[in-house]
Design a protein around this ligand. Structure first.
Ligand code: ADP
Ligand code: MG
Length: 240
């Protein structure tokens, strides 16, 4: 589904991703963990060129994303992304937030998108909030909306960058539950998170990033039981 070859990214002379190669298969749930500043967000953002790689090749579903001739907007439509700070359009209703992209891109007519929005809102228990504005919702509600807004584009993969890090603790569970359901439905997911319970329960693979490298990776069971690198052990001792 996603193939990353020799990906490097520098900001000025600061090398943030150092020659990363990685392959993500359809249906995988890859959980990316690691200390702050290790390059997790940059890695995720390079996958859909929100950050432009300094070197390397990214292929998504057969399309070379890093080829300048590629229509990057067409690629991004198929890669849903959810951010720490929701990034909802504050001046639009929830319904409009969800239907804007599918209608603008011609994926759906407004009527069809509205019907789809109702279904998506029901799915996350927010059917009664279609006419609310983002500011009227709690953080957990906003993030559930951000997830279904991404799903409205019927993406082939979902990228999550610390989706629960900005939430009050009591709202983390409701967002993780939506993500778990999505995982069980077979969605291909790449999730940057500090939620180790989620990594264990949902992850098919854990990648540990440190200093711009994927230092080690394994199945969650193996990764948490037998971390190999000292940096991993140090990190886990702080977060577990
Ligand atoms: P993480 O998500 O693991 O905390 P990031 O990918 O956000 O790490 O950042 C990795 C490094 O790249 C950090 O040192 C950060 O300061 C730097 N960095 C990230 N984005 C930018 C940017 N737009 N300009 C300059 N430096 C950046
Ligand atoms: Mg980050």
């Amino acid at each position: 589904m996603i193939d990353v070859k020799n990906l490097s990214k520098s900001f000025g002379d600061h090398l943030v991703l150092d020659n990363i190669s990685e392959h993500i298969s359809p249906g995988e749930k890859v959980v990316v963990i690691g200390p702050s500043g290790s390059g997790k967000s940059t890695f995720l953002r390079c996958l859909n060129l929100l950050e432009e790689p300094t070197a390397g090749t990214i292929t998504f579903d057969g399309t070379v994303v890093t080829d300048p001739k590629t229509d990057i907007n067409a690629v991004r439509r198929q890669m849903g992304m959810v951010f720490q700070h929701f990034n909802l359009f504050p001046n639009m209703t929830i319904r409009k937030n969800i239907t804007l992209a599918p209608v603008r891109t011609g994926l759906m007519k407004q009527e069809e998108a509205d019907a789809e929005a109702v279904k998506l809102l029901e799915r996350v228990g927010l059917a009664d909030r279609a006419d609310s504005y983002p500011a009227q919702l709690s953080g957990g509600q906003k993030q559930r909306i951000a997830i279904v807004r991404a799903l409205a584009m019927k993406p082939k993969v979902m990228l999550f960058d610390e989706p629960t890090s900005a939430l009050d603790p009591e709202m983390v569970g409701e967002v993780l539950d939506v993500m778990k359901e999505l995982a069980h439905e077979g969605m291909t997911m790449v999730v940057v998170t500090h939620e180790m319970g989620f990594a264990r329960e949902v992850g098919s693979r854990v990648l540990f990033m440190d200093g711009g490298h994927i230092l080690e990776q394994n199945t969650p069971a193996e990764f948490f039981a037998n971390p190999r690198e000292q940096r991993t052990i140090d990190f886990l001792s702080k977060v577990l």
